[in-house]
Design a binder for this molecule. Structure first.
Ligand SMILES: Cc1cc2nc3c(=O)[nH]c(=O)nc-3n(C[C@H](O)[C@H](O)[C@H](O)COP(=O)(O)OP(=O)(O)OC[C@H]3O[C@@H](n4cnc5c(N)ncnc54)[C@H](O)[C@@H]3O)c2cc1C
Length: 500
């Protein structure tokens, strides 16, 4: 029965939903299999306690790290995937990110396609995800054939003042590229429950609202929720996918189709391929190169919280500013990364790190703080990898590469923030559990011996299998990944056999 589908897509996050949307517009019949359910509109969508303390929408899976220490991964198995809770900061990668870049601690490899190749699809993705931005001076900004589809979100007075302070100390504040339905006719009410929350008003651009629902509305796409793909089964010659084994609400069943796309997120995609090993694919599916699971990346990220005790931060929507002055050259010819405001942290959210501090004190602190994400590139390494233990548990082994670059970026950032008038600084590094920006593990390349997919995310090994999610990234850049995943999904459907 499932042979009626031209394409079966596994996963409804950024990669899967955007692929479904593009295929639906081409008239293709598509089945989307998603292990999670739709998140209901409920009071908890906007509750900091439910989201940050009780972790209501997080998966209850347990993974292990390189020392076999268990941790709860920051992943969300729901329709729309991680984009339901993400920060909707949707910048393009810089033009230089697509070429080889020398770092202090190694080399960021070139991609099998250039910025020019993906530029038109970045614009299409920006339209689809309603990206607001401006081409105001960004020292390392990539060229654009078209202006942003929507104007930049305005800074609130506190952030406008921060921008002036930063300018005075020599950095160039730029507008964050935000995927938000704000402006004439838009649903956004500019609240403080955006970054990290689920939008009750469908005003944060996410994969479910902006891509999957419009795809289903064409009549060409069927979504099956609570349908976890357990195994990818190959034809007897080992050259194609024959069917998927699915664990659905009424038990296990097979799904056949003409072409298959796996978009379950970098870690889960490689884990699924490895778990699917068989006599015909003893090393796992699409893994003749032994590269599946390798080159796992997640950025070298930290939060910086700075305080100005004399001034209250009364901002509602904080995430409108970033700076990338040292993105490709920190002064010695080597790149550093980017610094972005994040959504305003509320007192109760600080409980995740300050468990015993009374709430009134946390509120006092949060009312006077401003929070940044400091993001540096995480270089790929063959031994940073996803594997699957004999009990089926996912293992992510990682020793960060590029730590000195991150440390330099942190020092530079702290220095300018102190010069800009902030008096105290608190720093929180990201550990392995915060793998929000997970990428790599099924990297794209021209050479089937050193990569898993080609420049169009088609597996080198199999005729009818594509992997479209953060897994294809050959390098992580130092930019938020989601827009690049969406742009590549649109490019793959427009230019490869998948859309034919
Ligand atoms: C808190 C948070 C904040 C973030 N903020 C930003 C941001 O501001 N900007 C940005 O660019 N990025 C951000 N990210 C990262 C961004 O969300 C991801 O890069 C993006 O969602 C990855 O897309 P994907 O298609 O690879 O995977 P996902 O979007 O995670 O989708 C994977 C989907 O596959 C499903 N799935 C998994 N396994 C199976 C299976 N076996 N069978 C069926 N379905 C399966 C999952 O349930 C999920 O729906 C953030 C992430 C988090 C967690």
């Amino acid at each position: 029965m499932d042979d009626q589908f031209d394409v079966v897509i596994v996963g409804s996050g950024m990669g899967g939903a955007t692929t479904a949307y593009a295929l639906a517009l081409k008239g293709k019949k598509v089945l989307v299999l998603e292990r999670g359910s739709r998140v209901p509109k409920e009071i908890q969508n906007w509750s900091p306690k439910d989201i940050f303390i009780k972790k209501r929408y997080r998966s209850d899976e347990v993974w292990v790290d390189k020392n076999n220490k268990e941790f709860a991964p920051g992943v969300h198995y729901i329709v729309g995937g991680n984009t339901k809770l993400y920060g909707a900061s949707l910048p393009r990668f810089k033009e230089c990110d697509f070429g080889e870049i020398k770092h202090h601690e190694g080399v960021s490899p070139a991609w099998p396609f250039s910025y020019s190749d993906i530029e038109p699809f970045y614009y299409e993705a920006e339209k689809l995800y309603k990206v607001h931005g401006t081409v105001e001076p960004d020292p390392s900004g990539p060229w654009r054939a078209n202006p942003f589809p929507y104007p930049a979100m305005e800074h609130e007075p506190y952030i406008q003042d921060l921008a002036e302070r930063l300018r005075k100390v020599g950095v160039t504040p730029i507008a964050n590229s935000m995927g938000i339905d704000i402006g004439p006719g838009g649903n956004c009410i500019r609240c403080n429950t955006c970054d990290g929350f689920i939008c009750k008003l469908d005003a944060k651009s996410d994969a479910e609202i902006n891509a999957l629902n419009p795809a289903i509305a064409t009549g060409n796409v069927e979504l099956r929720t609570e349908s976890q793909v357990m195994k990818v089964v190959l034809t007897s010659d080992g050259k194609s996918v024959d069917h998927l084994l699915v664990n659905g609400p009424s038990g296990e069943y097979k799904v056949t189709g003409k072409k298959f796309v796996i978009s379950t997120g970098a870690v889960n995609t490689s884990a699924l391929l490895l778990k699917s090993k068989s006599d015909i694919a003893p090393n796992g599916v699409a893994n003749s190169s032994d590269q599946v699971g390798r080159n796992f990346m997640m950025h070298n990220n930290s939060h910086i919280v700075v305080f100005d005790w004399k001034r209250k931060n009364d901002v509602t929507f904080q995430k409108t500013l970033s700076f990338s002055d040292w993105y490709s050259d920190g002064g010695d010819g080597y790149p550093l990364g980017t610094v972005q405001l994040i959504g305003k942290v509320q007192g109760i959210m600080m409980r995740t790190v300050a468990k015993r501090v009374p709430l009134p004190i946390l509120n006092y602190i949060a009312n006077r703080s401003v929070e940044f994400l400091v993001m540096a590139e995480d270089l790929p390494h063959k031994d940073n990898r996803v594997t699957v233990n004999s009990n089926g548990q996912i293992r992510t082994s990682r020793t960060a590469v590029g730590v000195s670059t991150h440390q330099t970026l942190m020092r530079r950032t702290k220095k300018v923030l102190l010069k800009a008038g902030y008096t105290a600084i608190f720093v929180q590094g990201y550990d392995i559990s915060i793998n929000a920006h997970q990428c790599g593990t099924t990297v794209a390349g021209h050479d089937p011996k050193t990569s898993v997919v080609d420049q169009y995310c088609k597996t080198h090994d199999l005729k009818n299998l594509y992997l479209i999610d953060g897994g294809f990234f050959p390098s992580s850049g130092a930019m938020n990944p989601a827009l690049t995943i969406a742009a590549q999904a649109l490019r793959v459907v427009a230019q490869s056999d998948l859309g034919k």
